[in-house]
Design a protein around this ligand. Structure first.
Ligand SMILES: NC(=O)C1=CN([C@@H]2O[C@H](COP(=O)(O)OP(=O)(O)OC[C@H]3O[C@@H](n4cnc5c(N)ncnc54)[C@H](O)[C@@H]3O)[C@@H](O)[C@H]2O)C=CC1
Ligand code: BAL
Length: 541
């Protein structure tokens, strides 16, 4: 049933926009089969923004079928790379046109600052789509030399099929772009589940998908909660590939249910997971301290600490420690926490009451285990605001040292030498990212090589580029997103092996050689190989 439940979203700055709140299947907004919907909250004040349709397992079936039909009939092997590139570029252009609205939806729904959404989330999302549009007409295989006289072998990089993409709430638009860019460029179709906290910007993108001219069913969205909608999608027999970003606990669950459903295989890139982190950030005593403090602040507090790669464990070499923590706290106190629509705000609210409670619980643990240097409190009376919080003298076995907090909470400890800090930095179940601050380039490379992390930033932090792969070692994930590497996650390799042993009959008629000749391969005239190849596509041999 078509759902024309269009709501007007009013922004605090006086602007407004309309969005359709239905599930998005086959280029149409529809109601859920049960008619159920759920509330979406504004984290700045905890009030309801609107309701959106909630997908049941049956709705997920419907969306997967739409994606399957599109894959087999109008996308997949039916649309060439030039056309896929054109459509992705068109979508990027439309997102640029709607950039201000998308940024306001992110700020309202997620609580990130409007300034940051405009400066990072929206332009990086657009850049990501353009980057993958550039790849769409360059997806091709190789020829492999086996025996030029008798065999021609080539590979094809084919789309995998229907991809389930489950995204989190910390970068709603950007995670959508990271996922759909490589999937669509390589010819896959998508059923995406947005995070229950932040569905709004994706709904706006659905409108643009239609305007861009993507065939129905290529991109579909089901909204809902993890244990119901998410579980139905990740265990669906009609899904060929899963890409997930979120917690390590849910990632582990998805890995299990995906392999138990239709044997999706990690080695064939059919499951990619981008999970949690507890990333070390190491400041050596020869670093440019002012720069190290600036970037380390951004390393932990960017996006209110709600970054999987957040530099949440800072290690500072002993001789510069007093100066570092003094300056670090001073800067923390100057970064304003408040209304995300206010232009000077650096940090808005945390995403939800649940996340707020989880973070405050960690802060209480920290107050018992370590020394609270700065912050540690709720900010304001309403919404989910938390002060930037710094702990020092933190025992290695404290929960705030080991667990991902996903909030504006950092631990800062000292270290003596390189070997010691590398050992402590690697002493975690995670391996997503790491930072190194030093002026000694030899040391920078040496330490980068020994750190167990998928990304190492040297003399900066949280600096992303769409052509640079991102993903985790250890329990931080499987596979890589972004860059050329992500294309491999969305393609299956097919080897096409042609027996060129053919014989020329009198009158230039082609026929299959008899078995003996085939095996002996003696009658083959090598000069004819290109002619044979040319004819191969139209001859039955
Ligand atoms: N790697 C990252 O970027 C992120 C990491 N996290 C981590 O996860 C913690 C908890 O945040 P949550 O929002 O509760 O994360 P989560 O892992 O529960 O949610 C992420 C996505 O997975 C879906 N999901 C949840 N359970 C599912 C299931 N059984 N099957 C399929 N999909 C499911 C959710 O609906 C959402 O779309 C955070 O404190 C943080 O440590 C959260 C968000 C993003
Ligand atoms: N999950 C993508 C980037 C980040 O959270 O740091």
């Amino acid at each position: 049933m078509q759902r024309d439940e269009v709501v007007t979203i009013q922004f605090p700055n006086g602007s407004s926009t309309q969005i359709n709140t239905g599930l998005f299947v086959s280029n149409k907004f529809i109601s859920s089969e049960s008619g159920k919907s759920f509330e979406v909250f504004n984290p700045t004040n905890g009030k309801v923004i609107c309701r959106v349709a909630e997908a049941s397992a049956k709705d997920v079936d419907n969306a997967v079928q739409a994606a399957r039909d599109a894959f087999e009939q109008s996308w997949g092997l039916h649309v060439n790379g030039f056309e896929r590139a054109r459509l992705l570029n068109k979508l990027a252009d439309l997102m640029e046109k709607e950039g201000d609205t998308l940024a306001m939806l992110e700020a309202l729904d997620n609580g990130k600052t409007l300034a940051m959404a405009k400066a990072a989330d929206v332009p990086k999302s657009i850049q990501c789509l353009r980057y993958y549009a550039g790849w769409a007409d360059k997806i091709h295989g190789k020829t492999i030399e086996v025996n030029d006289d008798t065999n021609l072998v080539y590979t094809r990089h084919e789309p995998i099929g229907v991809c389930a993409q489950i995204i989190p709430w910390n970068f709603p638009l950007l995670m959508l772009a990271w996922k759909i860019g490589p999937a669509l460029a390589t010819g896959n179709t998508i059923v995406m589940k947005t995070a229950e906290q932040t569905p709004l910007s994706a709904l706006k993108v659905c409108e643009l998908i239609v305007q861009a001219g993507f065939p129905p069913g290529v991109f579909n969205i089901v909204m809902g909660f993890g244990p119901t909608t998410g579980a139905a999608l990740s265990s669906h027999m009609g899904v060929d590939k899963i890409a997930f970003t979120g917690s390590t606990a849910v990632g582990r669950h998805i890995l299990k249910s995906a392999s138990e459903s239709n044997l999706k295989k990690t080695q064939l890139q059919q499951i990619t997971l981008e999970l949690g982190g507890k990333s070390p950030n190491i400041i050596f005593d020869d670093a440019d301290i002012a720069q190290a403090i600036k970037w380390s602040n951004f390393g932990i507090y960017f996006n209110h600490g709600q970054c999987c790669a957040a530099g949440s464990r800072i290690f500072v070499q002993e001789s510069i420690y007093p100066k570092f923590i003094e300056e670090f706290s001073k800067i923390s106190s100057q970064m304003s926490v408040g209304d995300p629509f206010h232009e000077t705000t650096f940090q808005g609210p945390q995403i939800s009451q649940l996340q707020f409670d989880r973070i405050m619980n960690h802060i209480e643990i920290g107050k018992k285990d370590a020394k609270l240097l700065y912050g540690g409190n709720r900010k304001g009376e309403e919404g989910y605001f938390i002060e930037q919080t710094v702990f020092t003298d933190v025992p290695e076995d404290s929960r705030i040292m080991k667990e991902e907090i996903f909030g504006p909470v950092v631990v800062i400890n000292t270290f003596k030498d390189e070997d010691e800090v590398i050992r402590r930095a690697n002493s975690t179940e995670y391996g997503l990212a790491a930072g190194i601050f030093t002026r000694d380039l030899s040391r920078a490379h040496r330490v980068a090589r020994r750190l167990q992390a998928g990304t190492v930033w040297i003399n900066h932090y949280n600096d992303y580029a769409m052509n640079v792969p991102f993903g985790g070692y250890k329990q931080s994930g499987i596979g890589r997103e972004l860059g050329k590497y992500a294309l491999a996650n969305y393609t299956s390799i097919k080897s096409v092996n042609i027996n060129l042993v053919l014989c020329l009959s009198e009158g230039h008629k082609w026929f299959k050689s008899d078995e003996n000749e085939c095996f002996s391969r003696s009658p083959f005239d090598t000069n004819l190989s290109t002619v044979i190849l040319h004819q191969f596509s139209t001859q039955v041999i």
